[in-house]
Design a protein around this ligand. Sequence first.
Ligand code: ADP
Ligand code: MG
Length: 233
Amino acid sequence: MTAPVIELRDAAKTYPGPPPVAVLAPTSLRVHAGERVAVVGPSGSGKSTLLAILGTLDVPTSGIVLVDGADAAALTERRRAALRARRIGFVFQQFHLLPALTAWENVATGLLYAGVPAAERRRRASDALADVGLAARRHHRPGALSGGEQQRVAIARALVRDPGILFADEPTGSLDSATGSEVVALLAAAADRGTAVVVVTHDEGVAAHFPRRIGLRDGVVTSDPAGPERRVP
Ligand code: ADP
Ligand code: MG
């Protein structure tokens, strides 16, 4: 078994309040290269919190987050941002594209902080847009694209730097089911190429495409088919 890409050891999150709100109980799990994981639970169960901690966008109040085996908390925020730029991609429900930039320019921004020269950024952005079937729409701004097309641009932006792990928080939440299926297929294709994919969803139909479904309820992992040997170090 390869080393995990991301590992939590008793990572927990409590908002200080008052009163303090415990939104994630101590959680231990590992995600490996190319793994397909869905985090499933009702609204408010802590899915986005768990995802933000796994992706180092947020830090746990206790416990440890390891990225490629290294403690993320030992890094300065600046180095953590550089680590994210190099290793981690994100896709969100509301796409978060820059409205003034074309699809192609939006995708190229995915490489801005990865130290890639401009000519190579343009070439790789073209390739990534072609991979999501949008080569013909590259010069259109987000406002001229459908929701599904905008999410495909966002996926291309996340994948253009070939991240070790991709996090998607309700990526189909703003899409109809047919368009959502296209998005799920693109995420699965990324996993086939070796990127670990972790999707947060409250849609059982989306989750069904992911062999490892982690159930979350009231901030507690209630099920994980990877079993305790993969969760507890
Ligand atoms: P989900 O993504 O499953 O809907 P979240 O992770 O967004 O759940 O939120 C989990 C819980 O944490 C919710 O009860 C929410 O109200 C609470 N929460 C989120 N942010 C804060 C905060 N800054 N302060 C206090 N509670 C928060
Ligand atoms: Mg959420």
